[in-house]
Write a protein of this length. Structure first.
Lengths: 242, 242
DNA sequence: CGAGCCGTTGAGGGGATTCAAGCTCAGTGG
DNA sequence: CCACTGAGCTTGAATCCCCTCAACGGCTCG
């Protein structure tokens, strides 16, 4: 890999010295910028340091900045429907966190320092102005990337957490989103349910049968089923209580 | 939301008729394009239909196209270290799949049709030419989005699969990546391990203690530990056999 | 009609949770 | 100085949930 001097070293602004000394600069977000671009940037980047367990942002906060992790470990947390915390991902040195802010979206997770932390805080406006030439197509693409990421994290919090019955109910809720007009959903094979929810086909079968007996589900030919949405939602709510 | 006629209806190319009739066009990737852009596109987009269980692409395949799901459900699979399949995410109508191809990366997962499927196949070259104005910064951003997505999916396959001991070992392997020069890692609180791996603090404690007794781990003050990387890797390998 | 796949159900065992007690250690105040 | 306290960790015992192993029924297909 060719190594190009990415950051101007004799700049006037004090932050530029920090950037020049930054050990993650080769993998940093702005590694691709030229000298002129960097000049404009230094003035606006802050390098906050956090202690372990300090929050960087909360889920739902209006996103106004993205961060690069210069050292330490960050965890992303969500609160499950049942009310308990679930850590869905970690980020470490060189990782970018809070990208959703660039799309004008609120932060998708709580971000919390696991260890003492050194960050680079980059205001969204900075990236916006640098990326003014971004086409609608590029923007649309990034939206989709973020949606996929959000889906994957929701998967961890919803479908990989709690007892088997709860996971099955949450899977059905999710499949119900793609239901057709008659409330008919695609019902996976038992083996596929197992691969989604990390359980055996026997357990999947038992739980589906149980839900069928409870009237939540009516199994139709051709790997499909009609669901009683009300009963399903109630069963899920009941599962999450206590 | 304002609804603009996005697709030209009197175009000469037959695909344009399909695009004009496409029910997901409002949420489609190219929804943002103007009429002229669409004219150039139609000729190159295919609308393949797949039966349930057909593969769209394999993990590791060279990515040459992205796809929009027009109808049906797609599952993303990975094979765990232990050798079994794990479904890490689903995609449905309107979702874009295989974005990593746009970055010149191989596909990150196996993508398989769950139901009969209608897709739009969009060659990468098409997006590249439309997005020629993409800056290095934008490209870098998309790289990071994909990395985060990949992390989240790996989390499902690695840390949310299998018995507790296996999950703890895989977590330690992952933390070992961020180890300092002395092989010292950040060791989470038992409660944090629980939130990452979906287990109780007692189970986490028992397993960490067991690994300490086995010499895999030496617990140091200040939420850190020195790991015997060889022993750790062997323990993980052993866990994945049989 | 037998073979094979998929789903269902039962019995038994094992792994994780629950409940409970005791431990270390840092911080506090008498 | 040392008892007191509370947070975090460890360990034990009992329970329960899920896995394993097994048998069986319905269905498609050669």
């Amino acid at each position: 890999m060719s190594v190009i001097p990415l950051y101007s070293k004799d700049s006037r602004h004090p932050q530029s010295a920090v950037c020049a000394a930054c050990e993650v600069r080769r993998s940093a977000l702005f590694g691709a910028l030229d000298e002129q671009g960097l000049e404009r940037i230094h003035a606006h980047i802050a390098g906050p340091q956090l202690a372990a367990d300090e929050r960087i942002y909360d889920r739902g906060d209006k996103g106004v900045a993205v961060y690069t992790v210069r050292s330490g470990v960050v965890r992303f947390e969500r609160v499950t429907e049942r009310g308990d915390r679930r850590i869905v991902r970690l980020a470490g040195r060189g990782d970018l966190i809070g990208q959703e802010a660039l799309l004008g979206r609120p932060y998708a997770d709580e971000a919390i320092a696991c260890t003492p932390l050194e960050l680079c805080r980059i205001p969204c406006s900075l990236v916006d102005s640098l990326g003014e030439q971004q086409t609608p197509l590029m923007r649309e693409l990034m939206q989709r990337w973020q949606s996929a990421l959000d889906d994957a994290e929701t998967w961890v919090a919803d479908l990989a957490t709690g007892p088997a019955r709860r996971r099955v109910l949450r899977l059905l809720l999710r499949l119900a989103v793609h239901a057709d007009a008659d409330g008919v959903i695609w019902l996976p094979r038992r083996e596929e349910i197992g691969a989604m929810l990390d359980m055996t086909i026997e357990t999947a079968s038992r739980l589906i049968s149980q839900l069928r007996r409870d009237g939540v589900l009516e199994i139709l030919p051709g790997r499909s089923a009609r669901i009683d949405r009300q009963a399903l939602e109630q069963a899920a709510r009941l599962q999450d209580e206590v």
